[in-house]
Design a binder for this molecule. Sequence first.
Ligand code: FAD
Length: 457
Amino acid sequence: MPEVTDPRRTPDVDAVVVGSGPNGLVAAVALAQAGWRVLVLEAAAQPGGGTRTEEVTLPGFRHDICSTAHPMAMASPAFRALDLARESLAFAQPELPVAHPLAPGRSAVLRRDVAATAAGLGRDGPRWERVMGALAGDVDRMLAGVLDPTHLPPHEPLWTLAFGATGLWPATAVDRFALRDESARALLAGSAAHSVLDLSSLLTTGVGALLLALGHRHGWPFAVGGSQAIADALVARLQSLGGEVRCGHRVTAMADLPAARAVLFDLTPRQVLAITGDRFQGRYRRRLEGWRYGAGSFKVDWALDGPVPWADPDLAGAGILHLGGPSEDLAGAGILHLGGPSEEVIAAERTVARGGLPERPFVLFGQFAPGFRERILARHVMGPAALEAHNANEIGGDIGGGRADWRQLAARPVLSTSPWATPDPRLFLCSSSTLPGGGVHGMCGWNAARTVLHRLG
Ligand SMILES: Cc1cc2nc3c(=O)[nH]c(=O)nc-3n(C[C@H](O)[C@H](O)[C@H](O)COP(=O)(O)OP(=O)(O)OC[C@H]3O[C@@H](n4cnc5c(N)ncnc54)[C@H](O)[C@@H]3O)c2cc1C
């Protein structure tokens, strides 16, 4: 088959996107909107990548295999521009975005309302109200800059700098020197732990603060029908624009691709190198070869015969629970951060970052409690290898497309004003291994498509 970059060959399509994760699909839609003929090739039997929903326990029980909470999708400029409500995509808001059980009957709780949250945070309440109130009010504008690094908000440079200077700090430093009580410390540590980094790493405060501010501003909603609804809405939009998604089509070499003006890889650097062979050389190749992947995650899905019997009534309405501490007596919430007090979360993440298995791991939980065991009908467990088998992008169970420490955020995957482009003018990267990184926001794909249109359009 003629090579995709052979300019003598009349292209079969204008663009091929390899991989149908949210970034691949957003890139495909953005190109199709510009009038390009787009083909998406997907290895799995169903589109969506990290937004797939599947029946992995019992018939009729649909589980979000990867992403489930979508504050980033709510705030994403790409998702806003695409207005996927037109494809019937809807989000459901749990009453509480996040809860973090601390002791039987006692939890730190993030509410949509900043003042109501602050009221439950003891001596840290006034500071929370001041700082998070300002952050939540400005988070959309600021996020437009974070998610689209080519478009830093020009109107609030001082404010952006101020957030940058605070967010740069390790979460351990803020835990130790800025916060005084267990509840606020637990909320920050649990949210910062979404970075899957040692919490003494730079920028972990920024990750935690951003997720908390998004919780205030947009909640941490679930997609109605499961995260698959996000992929389905994107596929529907693509098809309405004449694009096609072909599933069960794993790309292993450039020769697997039809001729096209551009190829966008919704893949991580290791896979891109395997497919492109010796096409990339020099510094760019070395950079992709040296790409570091994050710590592996572990996922358990349960089918239950009723709601989780939480003992803490507050948790009944929560969206995400951060679990890890004394969770036995809790009663009902959406997402929990299970991890106990902040020092336990910090210790667990440090162990993981050093390659160990913590005795009390930090757990992101969508429901747990006394009597929980009796409610279990079936269970499905995925360790790092199973995650990678499910989605080749999740190398070693890394859910973020590569470590998101400050080095690999500054150069994702290369230090460039256009990190979606490669030295080959027809090949582009659009996965979460590019800026702005992991999460379901589609902005890697959006930025990549704009780069393609700018360079080849
Ligand atoms: C357990 C877990 C929980 C998560 N929770 C959340 C959450 O709550 N909220 C959130 O915002 N994010 C969450 N994430 C992260 C989110 O899912 C990812 O950041 C996001 O899906 C990345 O999108 P992507 O398009 O870059 O890649 P992916 O979604 O990984 O898609 C890549 C696609 O490429 C396909 N592919 C791979 N190799 C090939 C090949 N050779 N040929 C063809 N196709 C190929 C894969 O099958 C896959 O469909 C979670 C991830 C995991 C694993």
